[in-house]
Design a protein around this ligand. Structure first.
Ligand SMILES: Nc1nc2c(ncn2[C@@H]2O[C@H](COP(=O)(O)OP(=O)(O)OP(=O)(O)O)[C@@H](O)[C@H]2O)c(=O)[nH]1
Ligand SMILES: [Mg+2]
Length: 398
């Protein structure tokens, strides 16, 4: 489809709800023409017919009922892209979308809008992931990928393969795969579970790390019955921290259910903090877990056993040792953090495709490896959650 015929879409880019402002994207061959029809400058003049991209105007949209807007022409080529910033109430948003749709613009979701307006699949996926990032650190890694860090690295691997340097290409892919785990956790939190015997201070530790009283703390063993999960960020990494019921053999039916849930949560966790009580005989983990960090709590009390030095010593009550614990958690979860600008496969399906290409190269199947990598750069139609609008003959730039 030629750019002149590309249908025009309108999408609300800010989330629904009440806010001071809402932003709308209008994309398609008639984007500017419709904006000119609907929006007048404050002076009453029409907006210019063929302005340069990068300009913006204050104006009004509507008739008797009208809203004040800022309209920006973000680009004109190959397909016009206009942004409208209006007031952010639900009704204002509906009113504005209805006006554009009455002029023939099709309404689409913000995700579909990203797929339509981004130059390639990797940029679109990175832009969508970026909107879900909850910390500055994860957002900045995703922003690097949106600016092309991963795409450039994959293109370099293809160049190496074109030049017959398959060993170099394999090393380059290995460098990318080092960050597969980080990439997976940019939008999905690491799962850390706090487990141990009853009354050792698990809930107190979760509350100390969360910074508020998320879990009930009591001197009675068996206080926590259900899994209580809290979102925290440590050193810019997002973590779902789960408090669990204390594990012990003698438990009533309700507590036994809590213990069963604790075991399931432990089995799924990326890291288990096993809490021991300095003031009671130690209860060591009986459950095998691939990644356990031993923590001795209540070091503000007189210890009744000697910590051989392997466990991290803390007091959830006084806060002593919590910084060291946080550092240890981070270095267990992210032992090799990517430096700024690094290429990171930022979704599991990207890492899986890169790993598969790596296996093809190791098996000497160079052409297969090349085509897997090229498919990533082009955008593989089998990628997860394909956008609704793709494949409908819409001109997606590039
Ligand atoms: N002195 C001291 N007491 C603590 C510390 N951490 C927790 N406690 C106390 O130990 C008791 C049990 O604390 P919780 O945090 O409820 O322990 P828990 O492991 O969650 O217990 P369950 O939910 O029953 O398994 C409470 O009386 C807390 O105030 C600590 O660092 N020092
Ligand atoms: Mg508890």
């Amino acid at each position: 489809m030629t750019p002149e015929k590309a249908p025009t879409y309108i999408s609300r880019l800010t989330p629904p709800g009440q806010a001071a402002l809402a932003t709308f994207g209008v994309f398609g061959s008639r984007a500017w023409e419709i904006a000119r029809t609907l929006i007048r400058r404050f002076s009453g003049e029409e907006l210019p017919d063929v302005p340069n991209a990068g300009r913006f105007w204050f104006g009004r949209i509507g008739g008797e009922i009208a809203d004040e807007v800022v309209v920006a022409l973000k680009r004109t080529e190959p397909i016009p892209l206009v942004e409208v910033h209006a007031h952010g109430g639900r009704e204002v948003a509906r009113f504005l979308v209805d006006l554009f749709s009455a002029q023939g613009a099709r309404v689409c979701s913000w995700r579909d809008y990203v797929w339509l307006t981004e130059p390639d699949t990797l940029s679109a996926e990175a832009a969508i992931a970026l909107a879900q990032a909850t910390t500055l650190r994860t957002a900045s890694i995703l922003l690097d990928q949106h600016r092309g860090a991963l795409g450039d690295a994959l293109a370099d691997v293809l160049v190496a393969l074109e030049n017959g340097k398959s060993a170099t290409a394999e090393e380059m892919l290995d460098r990318l795969l080092r960050y597969a785990s980080v990439g997976e956790h940019l939008t999905k939190p690491w799962r850390v579970v706090v487990a141990g015997a009853p009354n050792v201070g698990k809930s107190s530790l979760v509350n100390a790390l969360a910074g508020y009283q998320r879990s009930i703390v009591a001197a009675t063993p068996g206080t926590t019955r259900d899994v209580v999960t809290t979102s925290i960020a440590l050193d810019g990494w997002t973590i779902a921290l789960s408090d669990t019921a204390g594990l012990r053999p003698e438990a009533d039916a309700l507590e036994a259910e809590g213990i069963e849930r604790a075991r399931t949560t432990m089995a799924d966790a990326d890291l288990c903090l096993w809490i021991l009580d300095a003031s009671s005989p130690p209860v060591w983990p009986s459950e095998p877990h691939s990644s356990v960090l031993l923590v001795v709590n209540k070091i503000d009390l007189a210890p009744i056993w000697h910590n051989e030095g392997e466990a991290i010593a803390i007091s959830a009550r006084t806060g002593q040792g919590l910084n060291e614990l946080c550092e240890a958690v981070v270095s267990r979860l992210v032992p090799d953090p990517p430096p700024p600008g690094a290429s990171v496969p930022f979704a599991p399906h990207l890492s899986a495709s890169i790993a598969s290409a790596r296996r093809s190269l190791a098996a000497g199947e160079i052409e297969a490896g090349k085509s897997q990598l090229a498919a990533l750069l082009r955008g593989d139609p089998r990628s997860p959650s394909p956008p609704v609008l793709r494949g409908r003959g819409v001109a997606v730039g590039g």
